[in-house]
Design a protein around this ligand. Sequence first.
Ligand code: TXA
Ligand code: MG
Length: 344
Amino acid sequence: MTKIYQVAELDERALAHIEEAAAVIRRGGLVAFPTETVYGLGANALDPEAVAGIYRAKGRPSDNPLICHIARASDIGQLTPRLSPRVVKLIENFWPGPLTLVLEKKPCVPDVTTGGLPTVAVRMPDHPVALELIRRADRPVAAPSANLSGRPSPTRAAHVTEDLDGRVDVILAGGDCRVGIESTVLDLTEPVAAVLRPGVLTPEVLSAAIEEEVIFDPGVVAQTTAREDGGDREPERPRSPGMKYRHYAPKAAMTLLEGRRERVEQEIRRLKAVNEAMGLKVGVILFEEQGFLEAAHEFFARLRELDGEGVDLILAGALSDKDQLGFAVMNRMLKSAGYHIVRV
Ligand code: TXA
Ligand code: MG
């Protein structure tokens, strides 16, 4: 039986529920909780049995490593043996916040948490409920997004309940997630810092803070510019294991349309009419051309909303991947569409 607690307002009752949830984590159980990016499904990161429970609940492939969440920056010492000056700068500038750092791991971090990698991903989320939970759990909390594997990431409590009710011990139901796409994953184990998963903290912004080059990992670039009809342009295998799986898939078929704005709008209207005439239910996702933050905030929720309406086909306008924020959202849109994108 899953306990679902409302914690949108951090009053005394909510704090009592969070304390109970923290005890569940200490005992090796599973707790879904809000963060500023997406909801997470948490367990004691240092307990292999507890972490195995996360994979089971999500139906997630076990070679896909998890992010360890901490509530105090100084707790990072539990997970990694040393901090380079650039890591310190990143922590000072961006934590708490939507930035995950991939670092050398300490032996105490179990293989099941890191998918057998010699590195560990660490993040301090910027959300009062998450911080309260992790602080009270008194250990690092491993947490992937709180969705069934392959489904769009959950940005509202209802999304979590939809996927995980009956599969986890506690769901802490807060409000909508402010950011809406997952954290930027930044690899700091190589000489040049590389973004393994794009997010709202872009290479430009990160680079300015550490006064060093920050690149997109070539695997991410290949993936985000890949097209279904790209012939033999099979995307290079990404270094972030999670990037290789089918992700964020709505139940409906999805097509992205890319081109000049008027042409995209025209083509969406035309395709919608044609498909509706054939008796299909069609949903449209079209964001403002430069509204990248809004798009990040809304995209996953729109996918679930359209699934709820039972649409057969989703027609979506592609965002510009020239902008690094647009690139981050497009990375998700392309996966949702199974790389099915049409130039108009
Ligand atoms: O915003 C977020 O990061 C959310 C919230 C809950 O914090 N969490 C999240 O976790 O998105 P998840 O498990 O869905 O995504 C973790 C990503 C995956 O792409 C995974 O492959 C990568 O981080 N990752 C984790 N550990 C890694 C490591 N040691 N090296 C490279 N990539 C790693
Ligand atoms: Mg995920």
